[in-house]
Design a protein around this ligand. Structure first.
Ligand code: G6P
Length: 597
C-alpha cells in the first residue's frame, strides 16, 4: 500500500534517493506516485497517475535540492488520478500520507467554512489543510503536529515539508508504519527500511502517537509535547535486498527461492536455543488470525493441528476477528500470521490481544515489523525480501513454520512419537529431493487455454487439500484476473454446481488418501455435468479416474505434502499471467502491505 520516502542531505542525491526509494517501495502496490522538493522557500510538486515510469519521465534527475519527500499511492478516497496523488500542498505545508483519516468529513466541513478550497477528493489533503491551518496560527510546526494529532481520528504515517523551514522534514505516526533512517550527514524517512537500506543500516522505529523532525545530521522524536528517547536499530544481514537476477520477474524468482528458504528454515529452527519457545503445555486452545494468503497458510496449520495433534484450532480473518467478542482467555494462544507484519487488521487484533494479556505468537517475515513487536513470541519466516505482490515463498515458509510449531508443540506435550519423527525426517529429505524435478516439471501446462474458455474456474478439495485449494484459487485470481473460486469438495453440490456447464474447468486437489475416494465422487459429479476436470493427486495413485488432465505430485508423506502440492499452482498462475502479458509482480489494484482496514 502507500509508500512514503523522505530525504534531507546532499543536493545532488535528493532526487535520486527519492526515486530509488519509491522504486524499492513499488512492491507494496500503488496506482500513482509523486515527489516534492523544497528550495528557496518554494516547494515543487510533481505527481502522476500510473506507474513510477510516468513520474520519472517528468522529473529532471539533475534537479539540485537538499530536501524532499515522495509517495506511491494506493487509492482509497478518490480515484487514482493525478489530483488525488500525493504530495498534497495546502498553504505552506506539503505532505505525503499513508493511512485513513476517519473524521475527514467533519474536518473538511470546518475547513471549508474557513474558505479552504480542496483540489482533491482525498482525506490526505484534508489532513494537510488542517496542519497548515494550525501552523498558520501557531507558527510552530511541532506544535501544529501535536495539535493536529489530537484532532484527527484514524491512521496516519506522514512526512511533511514546511516552506518556512528548508532544513527539516517533519513526521507523525499512528497505526501506519514509519521509520527514520540515520545516515552520515543525511537522514531518511520511509514506510520501510527497504527504501533507504542501501545508504544506511541504522534506523529508528516510530511508535504510535510519536512525531518528530529530521535534519541533515540530527533527529528528534516527541510524544505528548516532550522529547522521547528512542533506540537506534541496526539492520541485520538477512534483511538484505533481493534482486531479480536471471529471472524475468520476482514472482518466478521467488518460487525458485522456495527450496533454499525452506531448507534454511528447518535447519535454523531445528537447532536448539535459536528461538524463544512458549510453554506449549499450558494452552487449551489455539486461535489463528490472519489475512489473505497468510490466512490460507493458517488453514493448513489448522489442518495440521487437528489431524496430527488432535487439538482444536479456530481460525479467523483478522478483519472479522476485530469486530467480534474475543472468545480467548489466558489458556489460549493466539497465532498471528503475516508476511509484512504491517497488515492493519492483523495489527489491530494483536493490539487487542496484548491489551487483554492473552499470549500471542507471530509468524512474520519482516524483521522488527509492528506485529513482531506486539506479540510475545516471534517465529521469523526467514524468507528474505519478497517483492512480488502475490506471495509464494512467503506462503510456503508460513506453512513450513506451522509444521515446525506443530512438532515443537507435540514434543512439549510428549506426543510426538518416534514414528512421527521418522515420517518427519523422511518427508523432509524427500521434499528437497523432489524440488528440483518438480520446479522443472511444472513449468509447462499444455491446457492453459482451457482456463479462459469459461467465465469461472473452480477448485475443490477436502481438509488440507481444501486449504491448498483456497491458496491455489487466490493465486490464480490475483495475478491472472481469471475468475476462480475454491470450495470444499462436498459443498459444491449445495448450490454452486448450478454454475458448472460444458467446459467449466474444475481443479480437484486430492492428495489426502483418507478423503481421496470422496473427492473422486465429487469430481465425477461435475464431470457428468460437462466440467473439464484437472486432477491433482499423488504420482503413485492408480489413475482410474476419468480426469481430463492430471497434475501429479510426488508422494512425500502427509507432513510435507502441502509444501510440494502448492508448487504447480504457484507456477501455473505465473505462466497464465505471462501468457496474458500481464505485470506479474504488480497486479492491478493489489497491495502487498495492506496498511488500511
Ligand atoms: C495482501 C497481499 C496478500 C497477503 C495479504 C496479507 O492482500 O496482496 O498477498 O497475503 O495482504 O498480508 P500479510 O503481509 O499480512 O501476510
Amino acid at each position: 500500500m502507500c509508500g512514503i520516502v523522505g530525504y534531507v542531505g546532499k543536493s545532488d542525491r535528493t532526487v535520486h534517493v527519492l526515486l530509488r526509494g519509491l522504486e524499492r517501495l513499488e512492491y507494496r502496490g500503488y496506482d500513482s506516485a509523486g515527489i516534492a522538493v523544497l528550495k528557496d522557500h518554494h516547494v515543487d510538486v510533481v505527481k502522476k497517475s500510473g506507474k513510477l515510469d510516468c513520474l520519472k519521465a517528468c522529473v529532471d534527475p539533475e534537479w539540485k535540492t537538499e530536501i524532499g519527500i515522495g509517495h506511491t499511492r494506493w487509492a482509497t478516497h478518490g480515484s487514482a488520478n493525478q489530483e488525488n496523488a500525493h504530495p498534497h500542498q495546502v498553504g505552506k505545508v506539503t505532505a505525503v500520507h499513508n493511512g485513513i483519516i476517519e473524521n475527514m468529513d467533519e474536518i473538511k466541513k470546518e475547513l471549508s467554512q474557513a474558505n479552504v478550497v480542496f483540489r482533491s477528493d482525498t482525506d490526505s489533503e484534508v489532513l494537510v489543510a488542517l496542519l497548515n491551518q494550525i501552523y498558520e496560527k501557531c507558527g510552530n510546526m511541532l506544535m501544529a503536529i501535536e495539535k493536529t494529532m489530537k484532532k484527527v481520528v484514524g491512521s496516519y504515517a506522514v512526512a511533511l515539508l514546511c516552506e518556512d523551514d528548508e532544513e527539516h522534514i517533519y513526521v507523525m505516526k499512528k497505526d501506519s508504519p514509519l521509520l527514520l533512517g540515520v545516515g552520515k550527514g543525511e537522514m531518511f524517512v520511509a514506510s520501510d527500511y527497504q527504501a533507504f537500506c542501501e545508504d544506511t543500516k541504522e534506523y529508528v522505529l516510530l511508535d504510535d502517537f510519536e512525531y518528530g523532525v529530521i535534519g541533515r545530521s540530527a533527529w528528534h522524536v516527541y510524544k505528548d509535547g516532550k522529547e522521547f528517547q528512542k533506540k537506534i536499530e541496526v539492520l541485520e544481514e538477512r534483511e538484505e535486498l533481493s534482486e531479480k537476477g536471471e529471472y524475468d520477474c520476482y514472482m518466478h524468482k521467488e518460487i525458485y527461492d522456495i527450496p533454499g528458504v525452506l531448507s534454511q528454515l528447518f535447519l535454523f529452527y531445528e537447532k536448539q536455543d535459536t528461538h524463544h519457545i512458549p510453554d506449549y503445555t499450558k494452552y487449551h486452545k489455539i486461535q489463528i488470525v490472519a489475512c489473505g494468503s497468510a490466512y490460507h497458510a493458517g488453514c493448513v496449520g489448522k489442518a495440521f493441528f487437528s489431524h496430527i495433534a488432535h487439538f482444536p484450532v479456530e481460525i479467523e480473518y483478522a478483519s472479522e476477528y476485530r469486530y467480534q467478542p474475543i472468545l480467548a482467555d489466558k489458556d489460549t494462544l493466539v497465532i498471528f500470521v503475516s508476511q509484512s507484519g504491517e497488515t492493519a487488521d492483523t495489527i489491530y487484533c494483536a493490539k487487542k490481544i496484548k491489551e487483554l494479556g492473552i499470549d500471542s505468537l507471530a509468524i512474520v517475515n519482516v524483521y522488527n515489523s509492528t506485529l513482531s513487536r506486539l506479540t510475545d513470541y516471534v517465529y521469523y519466516m526467514r524468507a528474505g525480501e519478497e517483492r512480488a505482490v502475490a506471495t509464494t515463498k512467503g506462503y510456503s515458509s508460513q506453512v513450513a513454520l506451522f509444521l515446525i510449531i506443530l512438532r515443537e508443540w507435540m514434543q512439549a506435550r510428549k506426543c510426538w512419537t518416534a514414528s512421527l519423527e521418522e515420517e518427519y525426517q523422511q518427508g523432509k529429505r524427500k521434499l528437497f529431493e523432489v524440488f528440483p524435478t518438480c520446479l522443472k516439471k511444472y513449468e509447462q501446462f499444455p491446457w492453459i487455454s482451457k482456463l479462459t474458455e469459461q467465465p469461472m474456474n473452480f477448485f475443490i478439495g477436502r481438509q488440507i487439500d481444501y486449504a491448498l485449494s483456497l491458496e491455489a484459487s487466490l493465486k490464480l485470481k490475483e495475478v491472472t484476473y481469471l475468475n476462480s473460486c475454491a470450495y470444499p469438495a462436498g459443498e459444491l453440490k449445495h448450490g454452486t454446481i448450478s454454475l458448472i456447464e460444458k467446459g467449466t474447468v474444475v481443479f480437484a486437489i486430492a492428495t489426502d488418501l483418507d478423503t481421496y475416494e470422496k473427492t473422486k465422487s465429487n469430481l465425477m459429479e461435475v464431470k457428468a455435468r460437462g466440467a473439464y476436470v484437472i486432477l491433482t493427486t499423488l504420482e503413485d495413485v492408480v489413475k482410474e479416474v476419468e480426469a481430463d488432465e492430471w497434475i501429479l505430485v510426488p508422494n512425500i508423506g502427509h507432513l510435507f505434502q502441502p509444501m510440494i502440492t502448492i508448487l504447480p499452482f504457484q507456477l501455473l498462475s505465473y505462466h497464465v499471467a505471462k501468457s496474458f502479458d500481464l505485470d506479474v509482480d504488480h497486479p492491478r489494484n493489489l497491495a502487498k502491505s495492506v496498511t488500511v482496514e
